[in-house]
Design a protein around this ligand. Structure first.
Ligand code: ZN
Length: 399
């Protein structure tokens, strides 16, 4: 089979290590972090003191040496050690790439415990990591129980063990057959990231802000207040910190889940999807709920949409975001007296439309697709208020 018939998919599962296994996991994580910092130090000081450039091959020697000499470091598998020095190498590569392109370029930094959360086994199925019955056998750690909440697909290539908010996960990178492209729908859409609604489409559909978002944020603020009140260095403070981390994780999970559903609905119903090519750094913190959801999720949304579209045979257009809201989608004139509070736009050409709907049409126009579909059709997309069953029934009735 050629490479284009395969694609890569990541499956993440929760691990339930025993006390002893968790101790091992923490130790291997600590060894990986220690080696990471050493490899970084070697590069940094070799250059600063001797003007010498350290190569990946040099640091691979360091990794070998580290495992052989540092007490108990051989509990970390050689594959893990190699992937750690590779990680340092990649950090440098992207640093130099950013320097070249003139982006903001922070020097690769030493990792404290708060900034180092995972380690990898590069060749799954070999001595480092393999499946033993339903458990995951990891070198130097043991046979760890896994919660297989969904079936794994394809061939496992690598596995990365992650520690997050006190929980352990295994992320399997698998090679799966590329899915068949979805049937053509003969429709294209422009999507505006809203202020009042989360998203508005050029068909005039609005995706409202999820109710749970505000609630989850309130819970986070409550937990942060408790943390702030806890005495430094106390056992209580550690517990409160874990609660805050878990709430952050919960919000991130909810957001990802929600955005994935939106991406799925968009790629299911439209052949082409046009969105604004917003840089993440341009989405400044503000008081509008929708923007805040997408503040943290915009990069993810864009990446998922592009990825999903590619595998489904759909097209994503990233259009110039300059004054899409201010432009009349009918005649192209710029609106006068236009600001954030303008909810309805009217134009001398006769256009009278919701502000975000107008922007979504302008975004679609900028994609330059030829389309004969009218902008006012029955809502197709997302009715996230109902449960899945009701939504599928409604969709079936429409077809
Ligand atoms: Zn006009």
């Amino acid at each position: 089979m050629s490479d284009s018939s395969k694609s890569v998919k990541v499956f993440k599962y929760r691990l339930y290590p025993s006390k002893a296994q968790e101790k091992n996991l923490l130790w291997v994580l600590e060894c990986a972090r220690h080696l990471y910092n050493m490899a970084l130090a070697e590069r940094k000081y070799a250059y600063q003191l001797e003007g010498r450039t350290v190569t990946l091959a040099d640091t691979e020697q360091l990794a070998k040496h580290y495992r052989a000499t540092f007490p108990y470091a051989d509990q970390m598998h050689s594959q893990t050690a190699q992937s750690v020095v590779k990680q340092v190498d990649e950090a440098y590569q992207s640093f130099f790439r950013r320097l070249k392109t003139g982006e903001k370029s922070g020097y690769p930094r030493f990792k404290s415990r708060n900034r180092f959360h995972s380690f990898e086994f590069k060749q799954f199925g070999k001595s480092g990591a393999f499946l033993d019955g339903k458990r995951l056998k990891l070198y130097g750690i043991g046979r760890v129980p896994v919660r297989w909440h969904r079936p794994l697909q394809g061939t496992i290539k690598t596995v990365r063990i992650m520690h997050s908010a006190g929980k352990w996960y295994a992320c399997f990178t698998c090679e799966v057959p590329t899915p068949e492209p979805l049937p053509k729908m003969g429709r294209v859409v422009g999507v505006d990231v809203g202020i009042a609604a989360l998203l508005t489409t050029s068909d005039g559909e609005k995706v409202e802000n999820p109710r749970w978002y505000r609630e989850a944020q309130a819970a986070l603020r409550r937990r942060q207040r408790k943390l702030a009140r806890a005495r430094r260095g106390s056992q209580n403070r550690r517990k409160r910190l874990l609660e805050v981390q878990r709430q952050h994780e919960h919000i991130a999970n909810q957001r990802r889940d929600y955005l994935n559903k939106l991406v799925y609905a968009l790629t299911l119903h439209y052949d082409g999807i046009a969105i604004e090519n917003l840089a993440i750094r341009n989405l400044v913190r503000n008081h509008h709920l929708s923007k805040r959801i997408l503040d943290a999720g915009w990069g993810y949304f864009k990446a998922r949409l592009t990825h999903k579209a590619a595998s489904a045979g759909r097209e994503v257009a990233l259009v110039d975001p300059a004054s899409t809201s201010k432009t009349c989608s009918n005649c192209g004139a710029l609106f006068q007296d236009f600001d954030l509070s303008t909810r309805w736009v009217t134009c001398a050409c006769g256009l009278s439309l919701d502000r975000d709907h107008n922007a979504a049409i302008a975004i679609l126009d900028r994609a330059g697709w030829v389309t004969s579909v009218s902008h006012n059709v029955a809502p197709l997309l997302f009715s996230h208020r109902g449960n899945g069953k009701r939504r599928r029934a409604a969709e079936a009735a429409r077809l």
